[in-house]
Design a protein around this ligand. Structure first.
Ligand SMILES: *[C@@H]1O[C@H](CO)[C@@H](O)[C@H](O)[C@H]1NC(C)=O
Ligand SMILES: *[C@@H]1O[C@H](CO)[C@@H](O)[C@H](O)[C@H]1NC(C)=O
Ligand SMILES: *[C@@H]1O[C@H](CO)[C@@H](O)[C@H](O)[C@H]1NC(C)=O
Length: 222
């Protein structure tokens, strides 16, 4: 991928589905993993959070809880805080840091979650028969964290669908892996879409757009 076109597509989808507008004094709270951009972890491309900051300029404050290597489930997160741990860190900061709280007060905010990619590494250490449980576990971890955020009073939580990891140079270089990884990613994204339909967030008393799934057609990432 030579241009950030796919990133813009992703961002545009996020803005539409999550009613996210850059033309206001918004705070965007990022959770999940720090996904690579143009195949680089950092460097002269930057990752998706860096890009978001650059595009939004001064209109958007980004509060970043995402960690490189972070996974949706604590069991697969290694040394990095998992999504659930990031949610706890965010809540603890809100509860104990008056400066942070005042920065967020009276400003619209949107939590955006992008995770699950690193969890898939676990599949390489297991027999294929274990895969379905791993995949549904990843979806459960993402949905549980989303529910925690909503229960704590968060108004807007966006879950971004996983990127097509099978197209990344890393996976492409592993013979036999691209189709497996593609079906795992498609499986998770399908399940996230279904979970988002089944869990009727409105029935919990939240705004109808309290949670949204950003089903990004970001083909070609990496
Ligand atoms: C930032 O906000 C201003 C004022 O609302 C708007 O004119 C501008 O287009 C916004 N910039 C972006 C990148 O959305
Ligand atoms: C998700 O939440 C349910 C209900 O609290 C809990 O029983 C389950 O263990 C959680 N799952 C994960 C993967 O954390
Ligand atoms: C979701 O729940 C709300 C409130 O209980 C209800 O009005 C609405 O019809 C439900 N939506 C769906 C799609 O079931």
């Amino acid at each position: 991928m030579e241009s950030p076109a796919n990133f813009f597509l992703l961002l545009a989808t996020a803005m539409l589905l999550c009613k996210l507008s850059l033309a206001s004094n918004k705070v965007l709270v990022i959770m999940g993993d720090r996904y690579y951009w143009q195949g680089r972890y950092t460097g002269n491309g930057g990752n998706w959070v860096d890009e978001l900051r650059r595009i939004a300029g001064r209109n958007l404050s980004v509060s970043n809880f995402a960690y490189g290597g972070g996974a949706a489930c604590t069991a697969y997160s290694g040394m990095s805080p998992s999504l659930g741990q990031q949610v706890s860190m965010y809540m603890a900061k809100l509860a104990t840091d008056p400066v942070y709280r005042s920065q967020l007060r009276n400003r619209p905010r949107q939590v955006l979650i992008w995770t699950g990619h690193n969890d898939l590494v676990a599949l390489t250490r297991m027999p294929p028969s274990a895969a379905p449980a791993v995949l549904s576990g990843i979806v459960e971890c993402i949905m549980n964290s989303t529910m925690s955020l909503l229960r704590s009073g968060e108004q807007n939580v966006g879950i971004m669908s996983l990127a097509p990891l099978d197209l990344t140079p890393l996976i492409r270089a592993m013979p036999g892996f691209p189709p497996l990884v593609k079906s795992a990613v498609d499986g998770i994204n399908g399940a996230l879409r279904m979970a988002n339909t089944v869990v009727n967030f409105t029935s919990f008393g939240y705004r109808s757009n309290a949670a949204c799934l950003v089903y990004a057609a970001n083909q070609g990432v990496g």
